[in-house]
Design a protein around this ligand. Structure first.
Ligand code: FAD
Length: 519
């Protein structure tokens, strides 16, 4: 159910409503006579399964879907597309948890998930060498939950995560892969040693910081524009057993951000008093304190939490975690006590949980299953994710959280806000972040009805306009819906390199057209 799909869009963009010509009008006639063509499907089931994503807002029918059984199938397909007299676009489709059609293509889609059942050792191989220590070679189609399970069998695990683990390795590395661990360990793209990539010319290239480094850095955060990741070598470390998971509440925004920033400033990998995870979120009357992202608050505490939410309009929730195991179980409580002393949260609003490491990392899954059972997981998701410079975060709070979000009163999903350290990101990658040492990520994770997602999108646009007018230099995470000028502006000083790398690795502009950067 969670395989990675490389979707091969072999024709022009067609709407899901069915105005399309028969696929045979768009496919190169000889495509279906090649040695991998038995794994290309053009039936309506295959087409439909590749025509939507988690956002459920953009729908596009591909002409064909490739279900690869090996990396070689992907190489053959892209080589064929590249050499065809009329090259066609190809999109790798991971879990398709993009929200605005980024994994779709007007021609063909490669269903990466299919590769999972064809991999040796389930696609996750743990090894060790003197220079890297432990590492895992994982298929680009693997889900992070499966990487976690496989590495834990060796008592090891990656250190940088996303909040939700049912995403593919190739999908998150094409963006950045962030969560509460990023302040300390960097995003997932800062924890990759090496990759195998099929470029837009159909060449299978092994790349790293030392070998084919231009491709390596291009692909990390590269929005699928330079190649399809078929293997990534990821750093892993001894895994902790348990987690102290804490939430404290604030009514004062500056006290909240001051504490967040202080906590992420102790960020050394080996420092024992450093936290392992720092995030934050808003509590508002528009939604319950517990939501699909995690059901943390005990029901007995909800009334008193809601009463301070009503009193202040917005309550800011700081969320931290400290890992521990048998050797550190005696010191962890003392370290947390020490930390609490330095924090300015509302007295009495400190809630602590003690959970297993897996329970903590996989905390979103229960909410997903619950919504799925209610038919509410597959609704439209007009999300907006931003990176903001620390120097303007207070203006963002007053202009956006208080003046737009609170007044419009439509937010029904989690709103996340937490800081990260720029020095944990590598500027040579394609990822784009603000030009300040500390920056925040803010995520509006809206769920809407099928006929009212537009009003959430309008709010997203309104707050982007506010930022532009106020001179707040935001960068979008999962950017979408941009004109050429806006893309140039988004990449800023990286645009030239991004364009040059495209010319180098995907000169016929075939890959991931759903991002709508070059197409
Ligand atoms: P897809 O949507 O399938 O693809 C995304 C893009 O990557 C497309 O352009 C596609 O062509 C390309 N691509 C896919 N596979 C490959 C590959 N192997 N090689 C090259 N390009 C490829 N993100 C975070 O950083 N942190 C979070 O905490 C987080 N939580 C999330 C929670 C939920 C419920 C959801 C829906 C999303 C979340 N995301 C988060 C966003 C997520 O990381 C991105 O949407 C990511 O792209 C999803 O991976 P995917 O496998 O579904 O990719």
């Amino acid at each position: 159910a969670h395989s990675i799909v490389i979707l091969l869009f072999v024709t022009r963009l067609v709407s899901a409503i069915g105005k399309s010509k028969p696929w045979t009008d768009f496919l190169p006639p000889n495509l279906l006579s090649l040695d991998f063509s038995e794994r290309i499907r053009t039936d309506s089931l295959a087409i439909e399964s590749a025509s939507s994503d988690y956002g459920n807002i953009v729908h596009e029918n591909p002409a064909a879907v490739l279900y690869p059984s090996s990396t070689q199938d992907i190489v053959s397909l892209i080589k064929f597309a590249y050499n065809n007299s009329a090259p066609f676009t190809v999109s790798a489709r991971g879990r398709s948890h993009s929200v605005f059609g980024q994994a779709m293509a007007p021609n063909g889609v490669v269903d990466m998930m299919h590769l999972r059942s064809h991999r040796e050792q389930n696609g996750v191989i743990v090894s060790k060498n003197p220079s890297l220590g432990f590492y895992a070679d994982v298929g680009g189609e693997q889900l992070w939950i499966d990487v976690l399970k496989a590495t834990l069998e060796h008592g090891l695990a990656p250190v940088s995560w996303t909040d939700y683990l049912y995403l593919t390795v190739g999908g998150t590395l094409s963006n950045a892969g962030i969560s509460g661990q990023s302040f300390r360990y960097g995003p997932q793209i800062s924890n990759v040693y090496e990759m195998d990539v099929v470029t837009g010319k159909g060449e299978l290239v092994t790349c790293s910081a030392h070998k084919n480094s231009e491709l390596f850095y291009a692909v990390l955060g590269g929005l699928g524009q330079f190649g399809i990741i078929t293997r990534a070598r990821i750093g892993i470390e001894p895994a902790p057993k348990r987690v102290k998971w804490v939430r404290v509440l604030y009514s004062d925004f500056s006290a909240f951000t001051k504490d967040q920033e202080r906590l992420i400033s102790i960020n050394g990998r080996k420092q024992s008093n450093a936290l392992d995870y720092v995030e934050g979120s808003l509590l508002m009357n528009q939604g319950p304190p517990n939501n699909w992202r995690s059901s943390f608050f005990p029901s007995s505490d909800i009334p008193r939490i809601m009463s301070i939410v009503t009193q202040h309009g917005i309550i800011y929730c700081l969320e931290v975690a400290k890992y521990y195991d048998d050797t550190t179980q005696h010191s962890v409580a003392k370290e947390l006590q020490q930390m609490y002393k330095g924090l300015s949260f509302i007295p009495g609003f400190k809630l602590e949980k003690d959970v297993s490491y897996v329970e903590f990392l996989d905390r979103v899954r229960n909410g997903e299953l619950k919504l799925q059972s209610q038919g509410l997981w597959d609704v439209p998701h007009p999300w907006l994710n931003l990176f903001l410079p620390k120097s303007r975060i207070s203006d963002f709070n007053s202009g956006v959280f208080r003046d737009i979000v609170l007044k419009r009163n439509i937010t029904t999903g989690p709103v996340l806000i937490y800081p990260m350290n720029r020095n944990k990101w590598d500027d040579r990658t394609s990822a784009v972040i603000p030009d300040e040492e500390v920056f925040y990520t803010v995520g509006f994770l809206h769920s809407s009805g099928f006929d009212d997602w537009q009003k959430y999108d309008d709010q997203n646009k309104e707050l982007l306009k506010f930022c532009e007018k106020a001179g707040i230099k935001v960068k979008q995470y999962f950017p979408h819906d941009k004109s050429k000028e806006e893309w140039i502006n988004h990449f800023g000083s990286k645009w030239r390199t991004f364009r040059e790398r495209k010319a180098l690795f995907d000169p016929k502009m075939m890959l991931s057209p759903g991002q709508r950067i070059f197409n």
